[in-house]
Design a protein around this ligand. Structure first.
Ligand code: ASP
Ligand code: MG
Length: 406
């Protein structure tokens, strides 16, 4: 008998009708003779709403109480899903994260899973039950309820699949799978039959937010193969797994555009040891995430100086700027420039390791439509450029066409 983990996100359980659909799908797999573990998120909007209510009482509520509060979202859906399965005549039982044996550390609101003891889940499966587990939550050794960070139900599903040694792990969502680009922006975007963990991680961190990144990292670490697919139809989805030699034949897997970045440029920064450390330590202490960093070579023979640019998330621009302003006199920066009207366009693919000329082709494509490149950064499997925001979508379509066709 195969163990299958099926995870349904918030939109897939948004109301009783959707939950009924979920139950019918689960019943189908159960009838085929599989042992099914279902992981559900809170109904869409519920977690946000709970957060809003807490913040209406106090801007920074206790994180322990937030976990107590947010865990209720998933607890609602597990019970409703069990009831929906009962209505179809199936033996089903719901379990909280703690009851399912999910033990976490004590970092409230972003706990890490320490271990899972799935004894009870196994026992219930062996008795013929469909077992429904609340996503996003666990319990510390001391019995405190914790949550795993936003989007954490994905992690619950992947971690359970690993602990149960499941044959199949399906992540059901409101899109058909992972695409070569956002289909709303690129008409020629196609669903990928498969993608490697690393490519998925790059695309997720670039704004193709199909899944919580932590859960993909976990899957990579423990070799959990999973499928991302839609709960609204029966189309096959995208299989996410370790790269295979045949992956390398595909040079570029996907193109993404991140419109949520802003750029700060420091003009005339004295070129001496410790300056960059000083600047980025201050930014980090302010809890601002830095993405790209570009520093130019020195100019000015007598008093060597350089220009330094970096990007941050748009909502952090003001904070980052304020931090830099406060260092300005001490370090001796000539000018500080900020630009919000940028987009980060990236191409991702493990095949670029073995194919030269990928960056050149991207730059040529941008040149051919008159798009200027502002900053460039690369990793082993990614090339990113900063372009003007109002050229971003046009650039994305052109680059997609050049690498992946119309
Ligand atoms: N309900 C939680 C959230 O909205 C967890 C999840 O949906 O995966 O972030
Ligand atoms: Mg989710």
């Amino acid at each position: 008998m195969a163990v299958i983990v099926q995870k349904f996100g918030g939109t897939s359980v948004a109301n009783p009708d959707r939950i009924k659909n979920v139950a019918e799908r689960v019943a189908k797999y159960h009838r085929e003779g599989n042992q099914i573990v279902v992981v559900v998120s809170a109904m869409s909007g519920v977690t946000d709403n709970l957060i809003k209510m807490a913040r209406a009482l106090m801007p920074l509520p206790s994180e322990r109480e937030m976990d107590m509060l947010l865990a209720t979202g998933e607890q609602t859906t597990i019970a409703l899903t069990a009831i929906a399965l009962h209505a179809l005549g199936l033996p089903a039982i719901s379990l909280t994260g703690a009851q399912a044996g999910i033990v976490t550390d004590g970092v409230h609101t972003k706990a890490k899973i320490n271990n899972i003891t799935p004894k009870k889940v196994h026992a219930l499966l062996d008795q013929g039950h469909v077992v429904i587990v609340a996503g996003f939550q666990g319990q510390t050794m001391e019995g405190q309820i914790t949550t795993l960070g936003r989007g954490g139900s994905d992690l619950t599903a992947i971690a359970l699949a690993a602990a149960l040694k499941a044959e199949l792990c399906q992540i059901y969502t409101d899109v058909d799978g992972v695409y070569t680009a956002d289909p709303r922006l690129v008409p020629g975007a196609r669903k990928l039959p498969e993608i490697s963990y690393d490519e998925m991680l790059e695309l997720a961190s670039l704004g193709a937010k199909v899944m919580q990144s932590r859960s993909v990292e976990f899957a990579k670490k423990f070799g959990v193969v999973f499928e991302v697919r839609s709960s609204l139809n029966d189309n096959p989805g995208t299989i996410v797994k370790e790269e295979t030699p045949n992956n390398e034949g595909v040079v570029i897997r996907g193109v993404s555009l991140d419109k949520n970045q802003a750029k700060i440029t420091l003009v005339g920064v004295p070129d001496r040891p410790g300056v960059a450390a000083h600047i980025f330590k201050a930014i980090a202490d302010g809890n601002v995430n830095v993405d790209m960093i570009v520093q130019n070579i020195s100019h000015n023979d007598g008093a060597p100086a350089t220009d330094l640019s970096f990007t941050v998330d748009k909502p952090d621009l003001l904070k980052a700027r304020t931090i830099i302003e406060s260092l300005r006199d001490k370090i001796g920066v000539r000018e500080i420039l900020a630009d919000e009207k940028i987009g980060k366009l990236s191409i991702v693919g493990v095949g670029m390791r073995s194919h030269p000329g990928v960056a050149a082709k991207m730059f040529e494509t941008l040149a051919s439509i008159g798009v200027n490149i502002d900053m460039i950064s690369t990793s082993e499997i990614k090339v990113s450029v900063i372009v003007a925001l109002d050229k971003g979508e046009q650039a994305m379509r052109a680059v997609h066409e050049a690498f992946l066709g119309k």
